[in-house]
Design a protein around this ligand. Structure first.
Ligand code: ZN
Length: 242
């Protein structure tokens, strides 16, 4: 069994299509939220994701803000600009779709959240200390999170008293032996200075996790950002991967 794990698509349809084209066969797709925000194709991305078979999709902080702008002052200027733009562009059906997404999903082996098990929509899981605390907030062996846009792995050491942190490189197969928290990186706005779209493949039978990267048509997304009148900085960061 192979599960495609994606996150932080951020309305970047070219990147999403490149990921879907590069994945040969998977049995399920787990999307960890932030389908919209930053990018120019919110409706296209929501409809593509919603059409996938065997999909589990979670709510991200940008998705939540498009549905309900109560928390909009937690975003920086560019992000909130695009959230207001998205609220105007998005269809009623797609807004309804976002409004029904769960904040956290737990199976017998894996806990899924956008931010962290402790604070599913908002908390950034970037450093070892925050990861260490979060291991107490889920009971499964594995947790999968997005939100930081970094392909991070936090692993409890075999003795159980500390946590290691690594940014995973593509093509390196991780054997899952202890409790772990993995982030597949971002499809639509990578932030590790590699502009290629990032995703993960989880194999529950083999107990493996692997990051993949795929180049996409960045110029097509940049042109659409310009055409929509969205902040120019968003074009630059896509090209540079931050
Ligand atoms: Zn995000």
């Amino acid at each position: 069994m192979r599960i495609l794990v994606i996150s932080d698509i951020h309305a970047n349809y070219s990147a999403l299509e490149a990921v879907m084209a590069s994945v040969v066969t998977v049995d399920a797709v787990w999307c960890l939220g932030d389908l919209v925000g930053y990018g120019p194709f919110p409706n296209e991305c929501i409809e593509r994701i919603a059409s996938l078979p065997n999909l589990t999709c979670l709510l991200g902080n940008h998705d939540a803000a498009v549905v309900d702008s109560r928390d909009i002052d937690r975003f920086n200027d560019e992000a909130s600009h695009v959230i207001y733009w998205t609220k105007r562009e998005i269809t009623r059906e797609n807004q309804d779709y976002l409004s029904k997404l769960p904040e956290i999903v737990t199976t017998d082996w894996v806990t899924l959240a956008h931010g962290s098990p402790r604070s599913p929509t908002w908390e950034y899981l970037i450093d070892q200390m925050t990861a260490m605390v979060n291991f107490a907030f889920f009971e499964t062996q594995l947790a999968l999170v997005g939100h930081s846009h970094l392909p991070l792995a936090f692993t409890v050491t075999p003795s159980g008293d500390s946590v290691t942190r690594a940014i995973l490189q593509p093509g390196v197969v991780q054997k899952i032996e202890t409790r772990c928290i993995f982030n597949p990186g971002s499809v639509g706005q990578p932030r590790d200075h590699d502009p290629r779209a990032s995703y993960g493949i989880l194999d529950p039978e083999e107990q493996t996790w692997e990051i993949h990267r795929v180049a996409y048509d960045i110029k097509a997304t940049q042109k659409a950002i310009e055409k929509a009148g969205l902040p120019e900085k968003l074009c630059k960061r896509l090209a540079e991967g931050w």
